[in-house]
Design a protein around this ligand. Structure first.
Ligand code: 7PM
Length: 278
């Protein structure tokens, strides 16, 4: 299995799990409340996440939250690209762009992005073609349905098998389109068209996806599967989020996407000390 990803001019070592810090630039982001829409506050948040140990910063301009409506490409570009440029000017960190639009991907590539994170797994028009023209890593996430309606009544024949089949189809499509398998990352998409029980089944069986032979990413931070189980608001989900991060890392997750970088780094250092002795 591959141990280092090449992210534009930087390298991401995946021998041990790495933290991807979430920077949300959507005005209606559910947990940051639009506080970081301005570039200066985005930069100071990024500086903090880097000093806390984040190796990747994920910028999302399109709200993918359950129930969200689509953002147009121009608006998404104008939210994301100035923040990407400002971060690349000041810091050496790898910047991942959370987008499903080919036009945003090509602007991101041209402006120093180190990774593309697509919750629609390059299924939108033109995305495979754009990504075949660069050599950045791409995270392919599983989602059932669309953000507007995906939480209504998600149904699976077999949750894990269905998601594996989806990944195999996406890997095949990427291969046909000229994207090298070695730069793909897989993410089963917690909260994206899954019931509470299904989300916990997915976490219980996270290690099953290791059989696909690619690095795995887990995004669980502050999600409803934690809030609904514990009956906690978004700002009271840290203990639950750390528990899920540890469980994912213990089952082979190589990138953990989180809001709380410092606390997650501590949790991962402890689990790594255990993994080293296993
Ligand atoms: C509102 C609700 C805003 C939910 C944002 C979200 C993932 C992701 C997101 C994930 C990957 C969040 C989500 N989640 N990308 N983007 N994996 N690869 O909770 O789980 O951050 S957006």
């Amino acid at each position: 299995m591959l141990k280092t990803l090449t992210c534009a001019e930087q390298f991401l070592d995946l021998k041990t799990p790495q933290v991807m810090g979430i920077l949300n630039v959507t005005p209606d982001s559910f947990s940051d409340g639009g506080k970081f829409t301005q570039i200066d506050s985005a930069l100071s948040q990024v500086e903090q996440m880097i000093s806390d140990g984040a190796k990747v910063i994920d910028i999302g301009g399109e709200s993918t939250r359950p129930g969200a409506v689509d953002v147009n490409e121009k608006d998404e570009i104008s939210r994301v690209i100035p923040v990407l440029k400002a971060i690349k000017q000041r810091f050496e960190v790898i910047v991942s762009i959370d987008t499903s639009k080919a036009g945003v991907m090509s602007e991101a590539i041209a402006n120093g992005a180190g990774m593309i994170n697509d919750v629609r797994a390059l299924q939108n028009d033109g995305c495979v073609a754009i990504m075949s023209q660069c050599d950045l890593p791409v995270c392919l996430m599983h989602m059932q349905g669309l953000p507007r309606s995906m939480q209504t009544s998600p149904q699976y024949h077999n949750l894990i098998d269905d998601i594996k089949t989806f990944f195999e189809q996406r890997l095949n499509d990427c291969k046909q389109g000229g994207i090298d398998k070695q730069r793909l990352i897989l993410d089963p998409g917690f909260g994206f068209g899954k019931s509470l029980e299904q989300n916990y089944k997915l976490l219980a069986h996270f290690s099953d996806f290791q059989s696909l032979g690619l690095p795995l990413l887990a995004g669980l931070s502050r999600k409803s599967m934690i809030g609904n189980l514990l009956n906690r608001e978004v700002d009271q989900r840290l203990a639950g989020s750390l528990t899920t991060a540890v469980l994912a890392a213990q089952q082979g997750a190589k990138i953990i996407r989180v809001h709380d970088v410092k606390e997650t780094m501590d949790a991962l250092k402890v689990i790594n000390a255990v993994i080293d002795q296993a």
